[in-house]
Design a protein around this ligand. Structure first.
Ligand code: SAH
Ligand code: SF4
Ligand code: F3S
Length: 462
């Protein structure tokens, strides 16, 4: 059996797509290996969102050169970089045998077969499948998931928003949603396979629409699937939060109390240049609505610092926004110009690199302080935590997530648990990124702030 090794970069949608690719190749008779040295085919599922994502892939590709010289090997580039760079990538990297964009994965078995055949015949030829589709949702393909606690389910693909800085509308094409029946069937299947959490995915997940079904209705229906403990979603856009969606998040016991609400900038002129379609006032009104409907909802965000023509004063507005909203955490990025985007065509990338990085550093430092203060508010509280597995740093410790998606770590000997279980954790310490927990004592459980704490359930993955 021919062995395929897949490396995945980028967002959760790419992780999900890798599972689709695995399913398609499995059906075509391919096996899989974690070890690139043993592979007949190496595929890289790539990301194009910022320049460093590109650089990472070029570095990995150059690592493969020696390997490819030493034996027959098919190298393929999939995903957003394949879609975005096409000819440039094939010219710059002649050792790449095939390219397949995010809507072309059904053609992969055929592309790989042809590449292998050509290699056996000693012919050098690159194969490209980079057409974007208005319809492809990979309906009917059951992703080959690795076992775990969380199952990703893509409910829509593509993006029609054209934020001026962003390459995604060009790499992922137009928005399209799946039928609710296919999604619910997939949700029931993953529940039967033992997954405890579902994360609904889409480049603009809350723009989901299929006939009478909007995202709020879909989210609640997925959360009602028996056996699923928690449902999350990413990434939403602030423009699509009708009251029904806020109510679903605020009140449905299985929908996690976490909203990732990318803001990008705290200044109206910059938001307008970014084509984000909301003003600061509209965004802050939404934050207020979310917090007034349920103050326990954890808010996180994405920020870009040093966007085209951003002045010191406009940057200061973003700094003040972080102070005002006090997100639990934030991903903060240096603006990275992407070829052919609206910003690249229309605005100068004129903030000096050192100024961009000073601005990012200032925001990161401020956010670390806020995250740490926010997390310390959980000390002495007992929280239900979905166990994911071993902690990264030590196998003697376990790791899980709160409903609000905050990482919790504890010593296994103190609080025994299995992946997939929801356990009560008593928080005794906190850093900017992590809560530290122990088993709750009788008095922990009876503190007034723990009235709503859970009892340990026993629902591990078999
Ligand atoms: N669809 C998601 C965003 C996906 S990209 C949404 O709209 O929220 C994730 C984040 O990467 C974006 O929110 C933005 O903060 C950042 N990003 C996108 N393009 C970028 C660029 N050219 N430079 C720097 N950061 C960028
Ligand atoms: Fe990119 Fe904007 Fe679409 Fe998000 S909404 S994927 S940032 S264009
Ligand atoms: Fe990257 Fe494409 Fe996702 S550009 S962030 S892999 S949609």
């Amino acid at each position: 059996m021919r062995q395929v090794h897949i490396e995945t970069f980028g967002c959760q949608m790419n992780e999900y797509d890798t599972e689709l690719v695995r399913a398609l190749l499995k059906k075509a008779g391919y096996g899989f290996t974690e070890d690139r040295e043993c592979a007949d085919v190496i595929l890289m599922n790539t990301c194009a969102i910022r320049e460093n994502a590109h650089t990472k892939v070029y570095t990995h590709l150059s690592d493969l050169r020696a390997l490819k010289k030493s034996r027959p090997l098919v190298v393929g580039v999939l995903g957003c970089m394949a879609q975005n760079l096409k000819a440039e990538l094939t010219k710059q990297e002649p050792m790449v045998d095939l390219l397949a964009g995010p809507d072309s994965y059904r053609q992969l078995p055929m592309l790989i077969d042809h590449a292998m055949q050509a290699q056996e015949e000693g012919v050098r030829m690159q194969r490209l499948a980079v057409d974007l589709s208005e319809y492809e949702t990979y309906e009917g393909i059951a992703p080959a998931r690795l076992s775990g606690v969380n199952a990703w389910i893509a409910v829509m693909r593509g993006c029609d928003n054209f934020c001026s800085f962003c390459v995604v509308p060009y790499t992922r094409g137009r928005e399209r949603s799946r039928e609710p029946n296919g999604i619910l069937e997939e949700a029931r299947r993953v529940a039967a396979e033992g997954f405890k959490q579902i994360t609904l995915l889409g480049q603009n997940v809350n723009s989901y629409r299929s006939g009478e079904w909007d995202f709020a209705r879909l989210l609640a229906a997925v959360a009602d699937v028996p056996g699923i403990e928690r449902v999350r979603f990413t990434s939403p856009h602030p423009k699509d939060f009708p009251p029904a969606l806020l109510e679903a998040v605020a009140f449905h016991p299985k929908i996690c109390k976490h909203i990732h609400l990318p803001v990008q900038s705290g200044n109206d002129r910059i938001l307008n240049l970014m084509n984000r379609s909301y003003t600061m006032r509209e965004y802050l009104t939404l934050v207020e609505q979310i917090r007034s409907i349920n103050p326990d909802i954890v808010l996180t965000t994405d920020i870009i610092a040093g966007f085209c023509t951003e002045t010191e004063g406009e940057f200061a507005d973003t700094y003040r926004l972080l102070e005002e909203v006090r997100y639990h955490s934030a991903f903060i990025f240096v603006y990275s110009e992407r070829a052919n985007t609206i910003a690249a065509r229309k605005f100068p990338d004129d903030v000096a690199p050192e100024v961009k990085s000073q601005r990012v550093t200032a925001l990161v430092e401020m956010q670390r302080r806020i995250s740490s203060e926010r997390n310390r508010e959980y000390i002495n509280r007992t929280l239900p935590v979905l166990v994911e597995g071993d902690a990264k740093k030590s196998r003697l410790q376990a790791m899980g997530k709160t409903d609000g998606h905050i990482t919790v770590i504890w010593n296994k000997c103190d609080l025994p648990s299995r992946p997939g279980q929801v356990v009560s954790c008593s928080i005794y310490d906190a850093s900017a990124s992590t809560l530290y927990a122990k088993a709750p004592t009788f008095s922990d459980l009876h503190r007034p702030e723990n009235e709503h704490s859970c009892t340990n359930s026993d629902q591990g993955v078999a």
